[in-house]
Design a protein around this ligand. Structure first.
Ligand SMILES: [Fe+2]
Ligand SMILES: [Fe+2]
Length: 289
């Protein structure tokens, strides 16, 4: 089973650009959709972990619908802090969102790995939030199938990532969530977005991963100085693939753009690499490809 993840698409109204006209988030999402459509093997689904739109307006969700209509894979949407819960649900009539109220939380049951989508957003601020009602819902869902491999997807990562700008909110909001996660070893991944970089951490004994954005990234600044200038930068957009096989989840980060192949691995070398007996005896001098 293969799950693709994209995040922080920050779609804006059609024929416009985000961030004072600097970032063509719509064009970049189009490229990401094209890349997903070309993937071989084909993913079983795509999970999009929030900040779907930049301001959560009707016109932005119209553009998001137009973009998603080009995606030839099943997809599941997670809400982010740039989204608007009411407008999102009123604008998008996808079946997985049909009962997603008062929070955009739901499960996906028809694949070997179960997906649980969580709503970590607030009506009042951009920080993470996970109230007792949302936690109780999660507890009920996890208790239903405690032995089944499960992915939990939410927008805000429940850990400090070391980038001062993104850590300002702290993780106090996530303590109840982390406690719940810690009691379910069947949770194979906690998929997140929000930080616009590839970052991983173990939280409550579970591996939580942040997927890079399909658009702009947050600059890598691990300095502790809170007054340091934080900025977006145009590192190559990327996505992730989570592969479930033989009872193990393996995560790959890949760039949306393709790059020139520079040197083919020779058929002779490939044959030697594939041979386990040769591989076990392979010396460094043999690595001539
Ligand atoms: Fe974002
Ligand atoms: Fe965000």
């Amino acid at each position: 089973m293969l799950i693709a993840q994209i995040t922080d698409t920050h779609v804006v109204a059609r024929d416009s650009r985000a961030y004072r006209d600097q970032v063509d988030t719509n064009g970049m999402m189009t490229k990401a959709v094209d890349r997903l459509n070309r993937l071989d093997p084909r993913p079983d689904c795509v999970v999009i972990t929030g900040d779907l739109c930049d301001h959560g307006t009707v016109t932005e969700y119209d553009e998001l619908k137009r973009q998603l209509a080009r995606l030839h894979l099943p997809f599941y949407l997670v809400i982010g802090n740039h989204d608007d819960r009411k407008t999102m649900l009123a604008s998008l009539d996808y079946p997985h969102l049909a009962d997603a109220w008062p929070f955009v939380q739901y499960t996906v049951e028809d694949m070997p790995v179960r997906i649980i989508a969580l709503d970590s957003t607030s009506d009042d601020h951009h920080m993470g939030e996970f109230c007792e009602a949302r936690r109780a819902w999660l507890e009920e869902r996890l208790a239903e199938q405690p032995d089944r491999p499960t992915i939990v997807a939410l927008h805000h990562p429940p850990f400090d990532c070391g980038i001062t700008l993104m850590d300002a909110e702290g993780t106090g909001w996530a303590q109840g969530l982390i406690e719940t996660l810690s009691r379910y070893p069947n949770i194979e991944r906690v998929l997140c977005g929000h930080v616009h970089r590839s970052i991983q951490a173990v939280v409550g004994g579970r591996l939580a991963t942040i997927c890079p954005s399909t658009a702009h990234q947050v600059n890598l600044d691990l300095a502790a100085d809170p007054s340091a200038q934080a900025f977006f930068e145009m590192e190559p957009p990327a996505f992730q693939l989570h592969r479930w096989k033989n009872g193990q989840m393996v995560t790959h980060t890949a760039l949306v753009d393709r790059y020139r192949e520079v040197f083919p691995i020779s058929a002779e070398m490939l044959e030697r690499m594939r041979s386990s007996t040769v591989r076990s005896r392979m010396m460094k001098k043999d690595l001539v490809f």
